[in-house]
Ligand binder design. Structure first.
Ligand code: CP3
Length: 348
């Protein structure tokens, strides 16, 4: 908000401008595949690391230093605000968020307490430390979309198709709406705290929304996503929506008050842009699976992504989903250099 990152390639692209350099960052670039991350974590608890400002800040900076990406993504997790609001959620290594006592009925809703603004202090401190180090490189803040967070709370852990969540949506619409509003508010507060502390953009992750029908999405999910995004009103930073399996609901997503849309690997960027009438910058969508393919195969795929991305008003290069844990970090470094070079070359 103090203007340090206003002319950064990422911020310009999210605003719809095509600048001198094509920005690139990777979802889940912090942690996971980096040896320096594993050394720092050394078996410590994941969520505890998120709430230790020096540690969260250092882990955020690691991939920026190593790969030369155009943005940092704040090291935290979509379930951090759930924990800060007092629900005993934990992350099981290699599995994901687990809540032993899931929220499944009207009486369970009594356990949902408001998120106290003071509880977000470690988040603000970590972001402030990070942006001081990043200088003119933007930090992206984020939150989980209400559906994706609620799916963990209802299922009690990761699930294949969020069947219990989708059943509750229809069987108990009132409890569903109360739960999703609560998720919208805590995730909205979490994102707002990051932006107020210095993040230059905010991304909402709706990772599991691909299992919801277009009709259910419109009726029972989108209103809560809008509520989460409204927490950012009045803050002058670009907003990104990212979901997996969103090809059926892209026009609904494009109608949100967001500046850019993240696209997974299932639909080409030129097609996605056509569907939404070429109205918003797109982010994506290199297939993470190809990070383990031989370089010429990966390069050809990346060339195709860059070519198709030219149809959109602007393009932020990214993967179609997160960096897989087994990724060779050197491939990511090479990819960043290639994308920066390629773009310069295509302008000559
Ligand atoms: O670079 C980054 O993006 C770092 C920050 C970040 C994490 N999680 C750290 C993390 C972000 C943006 C997330 C978002 C997140 N968390 C999502 C949305 C993005 C997506 O991947 O779809 C979701 C669905 C979660 C929930 C979650 N957290 C799962 C399913 C898991 C376990 C699987 C895994 O990723 O290993 C986590 C744990 C988690 N969150 C780790 C990290 C670095 C791994 C924990 C560890 O290293 O012990």
């Amino acid at each position: 908000m103090d203007g340090r990152t206003t002319s950064a390639p990422l911020v310009r692209a999210l605003r719809g401008e095509r600048g001198p350099r094509l920005p690139v960052w990777f979802m889940r670039q912090a942690g996971r595949s980096l040896p320096e991350y594993r050394a720092l974590r050394a078996g410590g608890d994941m969520l505890q690391a998120c709430l230790t400002p020096e540690l969260a800040s250092e882990i955020t900076l690691q991939p920026v230093r190593r790969h030369g990406v155009d943005a940092g993504i704040f090291f935290s997790d979509i379930v951090v605000p759930v924990l800060l609001a007092g629900l005993p959620i934990r992350i099981e290594p290699g599995r994901g968020p687990v809540l032993d006592d899931p929220i499944r009925s009207a009486s369970d809703l009594a356990r949902l307490r408001p998120l106290d603004a003071e509880a977000l202090e470690p988040i603000r401190a970590a972001v402030a430390l990070t942006v001081a180090e990043l200088g003119s490189t933007p930090l992206i803040g984020f939150g989980g979309a209400p559906f994706t967070i609620a799916a963990y709370l209802i299922e009690g852990g990761p699930s294949k198709d969020q069947a219990r969540a989708r059943a509750m949506m229809h069987a108990d619409p009132q409890s569903w709406a109360t739960l999703l509003d609560w998720c919208a508010d805590i995730t909205g507060q979490f994102m707002r705290a990051q932006v107020e502390a210095g993040a230059s953009a905010a991304q909402l992750f709706d990772s599991w929304v691909g299992t919801v029908s277009a009709l259910d999405y419109e009726r029972s999910v989108a209103p809560h996503t809008r509520r989460a995004l409204a927490h950012l009103d009045g803050l002058d930073v670009p907003r990104i929506h990212f979901g997996l399996g969103t090809d059926r609901i892209l026009t609904q997503i494009a109608a949100f008050d967001v500046d850019a849309i993240g696209i997974d690997w299932r639909i080409p960027l030129d097609e996605a842009s056509r569907v939404i009438g070429d109205t918003k910058p797109l982010q994506g969508n290199i297939d993470s699976a190809l990070l383990s393919a031989p370089w010429p195969v990966l390069r050809e795929h990346v060339d195709d992504v860059l070519r198709r991305g030219q149809r959109a008003p602007a393009h932020v290069v990214n993967l179609g989903h997160g960096v897989p844990p087994e990724t060779d970090p050197d491939v990511l470094t090479r990819l960043v250099a290639y994308i920066h070079e390629h773009d310069a070359a295509s302008r000559e």
